[in-house]
Design a protein around this ligand. Structure first.
Ligand code: SF4
Ligand code: SF4
Length: 207
């Protein structure tokens, strides 16, 4: 189980600043908390400013086949946007980022754990519900689950030929992150890595 919470208004304003936006809302997991009203209010503001090219409200963005079908009818709107802003848990954001390889995809929510059964997602993109979601600094690839050591500030240096030193069958997550940011022309995002991270913000929420 998990909880999604909107990132702070300052963070979201920074993400959206000066950009045309395509929005994805994922309302699949009705049994978990999703900040539906807050997200809708914020999107109305952006819409009033004429900065939204389109909105897709769907369910189960974590299902790649479903997602592909849903996004298919919106590709022109996505093409007209500078960025895709996603209101979902970390799994949904990763699935969308994987599909829209040439477009910056940003997480608008943080994802926290909630005691109970783990939901079933039909794919390999993982979210450990670590709290302050790091995907906006890593090109939509999760450093917690894509790196064997869950490193947040860059690679360990042990990878060889693109493979992880802990698991040679696995691609080095940090090489993937670097390649994606390079492709997007966003390598500057790596400069923001070295800062204190909030590991505890979700504790109050999940009690
Ligand atoms: S950084 Fe990774 S584990 Fe943490 S909330 Fe984001 S997707 Fe989930
Ligand atoms: S080789 Fe890459 S994926 Fe493996 S632990 Fe080091 S940084 Fe992480």
């Amino acid at each position: 189980m998990l909880i999604t919470e909107l990132k702070s208004r300052e963070t979201l304003a920074e993400l959206a600043e000066g950009k045309m936006l395509f929005i994805v809302n994922c309302l699949g997991c009705k049994e978990v908390h999703f900040p539906e009203k807050e997200a809708a209010a914020l999107q109305r503001e952006w819409s009033d400013e004429g900065r939204i090219t389109g909105i897709l409200t769907t369910d189960y963005t974590c299902n790649p086949e479903n997602l592909k079908l849903r996004l298919h009818g919106h590709m022109a709107e996505i093409g007209a946007a500078d960025a895709v802003l996603v209101f979902s848990c970390g799994v949904g954001v990763q699935t969308i980022a994987r599909y829209l390889e040439d477009k910056p995809v940003y997480a608008c929510c943080d994802t926290y754990p909630l005691p109970g059964f783990q939901g079933v997602t039909p794919l390999e993109y993982q979210c450990d519900r670590c709290g302050e979601c790091w995907l906006n600094l890593t090109g939509g690839i999760c450093p917690i689950t894509a790196c064997s050591k869950s490193l947040l500030n860059g690679p360990c240096g042990g990878g060889k030929n693109g493979k992880c030193e802990v698991d040679s069958q696995m691609e080095c997550g940090w090489e993937r992150i670097y390649r994606r940011l390079e492709k997007l022309g966003r390598l500057d995002a790596l400069k923001g890595q070295a800062r204190v991270r909030n590991f505890t913000a979700g504790e109050e929420t999940s009690k």
